[in-house]
Design a protein around this ligand. Sequence first.
Ligand code: ADP
Length: 268
Amino acid sequence: LRAEFSMIRRESGFISGLVCVLHDVTEQEKNERERREFVSNVSHELRTPLTSTRSYVEALNDGAWQDKEIAPQFLNVIQEETDRMIRMINDLLRLSRMDAQKEPLRMELINLNELLNFVLDRFDMMIKSKNQPYSIRREFTNRSIWVDADADKMIQVLDNILNNALKYSPMGGTITCRLIETHRNVVISISDQGLGIPKKDLTRVFDRFYRVDKARSREMGGSGLGLAITKEVVKEHGGAIWAESKEGKGSTFYISLPYEPYEEDLWL
Ligand code: ADP
C-alpha cells in the first residue's frame, strides 16, 4: 500500500486538516506481473510448435520430400502442430473477448437435466462408435432443474470437462455425472477414474496455460486454456467451479450455479 498525505491549509495559513490517499500498489503490481507472465507464456507456447514445424519443413526441403515413407509422416506432424496453434490462438481470442466483455451471455431458462442428457448422449455415442473403454453413469435429482444460463456456453463447459475426463483417464473407467440441488445452488459434478491431480495443483489447473504434465497435455493436443475459459464462463454465470482429486484414483470437477426453485415446484 502506498500512502500520500497532503495538508489542507486555510487562507489564513492555518492547517485545518490532513488528507491521506491510499494506493493499492500490490494489486497494480500483481496485475502487471500477471500480464508479463501471460505474454511470456503465450510466446513460449507458440515457439515450441513453431520450432518443431520449422525443423520438419527444413528436413523436407533438404530432400525428405522424395522419401515416400517419411514425407507423409513429416507432413502429418506439421499439420498437427499447425492445428494445435490455431486452436490455441482461437482459445486466446475467446479469452480476450471475454476479458473485454465483448461476448455477453445469451441467457435463457433452460432445463439442466435435459441439457446434461443431451451432452452425455453425444459422448455416449462417440465412445461407443470408437469402441473406447469408458462407460458413463448419470445420477440426477428426480426433479427438473430450471436455471437461467447461456445454453451454448454451458454445453462448451460440459464438453470441456468431459473431454478432459477421457483425456486424463488413459485406462478407461466410469465417468459419473451427478446433478444435485442444494438450498440456493444447483451442483453438477463430473468424476473420472483417471490419473488424478496432485493436491498442490488443484486450484492452479484453472490458470491460463497451467498443466500438471506439459508433455502429456501437448501430446493430447491441449492448449492449456480449456479450464481457464471454462472458469470464466462459470464465473460470468455467477457460479463457481472447483476440483477434488485423489492421485492415481481420479478427479471430480464441480460446477455450482445459482438456482431458485419455483414456488410451484416445491409443492409438487
Ligand atoms: P489441457 O487439457 O489443454 O492441457 P485444460 O485447461 O483443460 O488444458 O486443463 C489443464 C490441466 O489440468 C491439464 O493439462 C491436466 O494436467 C489437468 N486436468 C484437467 N482435467 C483433468 C482430469 N480430469 N484428470 C486429471 N488431470 C486433469
